[in-house]
Design a protein around this ligand. Structure first.
Ligand code: HEM
Ligand code: HEM
Length: 193
């Protein structure tokens, strides 16, 4: 089934969910491989950065498709449970959508180099776009260096190191709790057909 049904997510929702989950894992692996295992100004350091940027931009494209698909599809019925648990699940899922949008966006607008998209073609950095000029230079009266600082802190320190990890581990923990303790169909809805 391509579409979601009353009892399960469909093939497209599953594909989008698991591809994006894998890309999130890749975005962490590439950026921490760069930080921990490469020396500054070496080809490996550059390659790891470029893979991080390319993976992040792929997430941006997939998340747009995912939102459109979700808007045009029903959701499977939730498992029985208390109201607070349904509310927590809703808040958790919406927050994950917010980070799926904010991480690529803040990554892109806060990066001062072009993305060599999987070494295939170049995507110009935000600083060299007309939008940057009209929004940041003329609108806010800021240089790229001034603009980049808070955006970087948000992308790396606030979101990358804390908020995102908290949300993702909370989400995985909830999925495992449903599967192993409550023994309901929550995880199966996203895995089996
Ligand atoms: C799914 C999307 C993304 C996730 C989850 C993500 C996550 C992260 C994390 C965890 C860090 C490192 C934090 C640290 O050093 O402690 C980071 C750094 C960084 N990200 Fe992203 N990012 C994403 C997308 C992007 C995009 C689209 C770009 C740019 C086009 C980008 C540019 C950067 C840069 C330049 C750094 C600093 C690299 C370094 O210090 O080694 N990110 N990101
Ligand atoms: C090992 C990692 C993961 C597991 C085991 C997992 C498991 C699940 C399960 C079982 C559901 C269905 C929940 C329900 O219908 O009540 C779900 C939904 C969802 N997951 Fe994950 N997930 C993982 C990673 C991620 C990541 C990394 C993200 C985003 C950054 C994410 C975002 C979402 C969202 C937004 C939903 C709501 C349904 C939708 O609109 O697609 N998940 N996940």
């Amino acid at each position: 089934m391509l579409h979601n049904t009353q009892t399960s997510y469909g093939a497209i929702a599953k594909w989008l969910h698991w591809s994006i989950a894998l890309l999130f894992l890749c975005s962490y692996c590439t950026v921490y491989f760069r930080d921990w295992f490469t020396e500054k100004d070496t080809p490996e350091n550059w390659l790891a950065l470029q893979l991080h940027l390319s993976v992040g931009i792929t997430v941006a494209v997939l998340v747009v498709l995912r939102i459109l698909w979700r808007m045009s599809n029903r959701l499977p019925d939730p498992e029985p449970g208390p109201r607070w648990a349904h509310l927590a699940a809703h808040i958790g899922h919406y927050s994950l959508y917010v980070v799926m949008i904010l991480m690529p966006l803040t990554g892109y607008i806060g990066t001062g180099v072009n993305t060599e998209f999987f070494m295939l073609f170049d995507i110009p950095k935000f600083e060299s776009t007309a939008l940057f000029n009209s929004l940041v230079v003329e609108g806010l009266g800021m240089s790229f260096e001034e603009f980049e600082k808070p955006i970087d802190t948000f992308h790396k320190e606030i979101m990358g190191e804390y908020v995102l990890l908290f949300l993702i581990f909370g989400h995985i923990g909830a999925a495992l709790y449903h599967h192993l303790v409550l023994k309901d169909h929550t995880l199966k809805k996203m895995t089996t057909s």
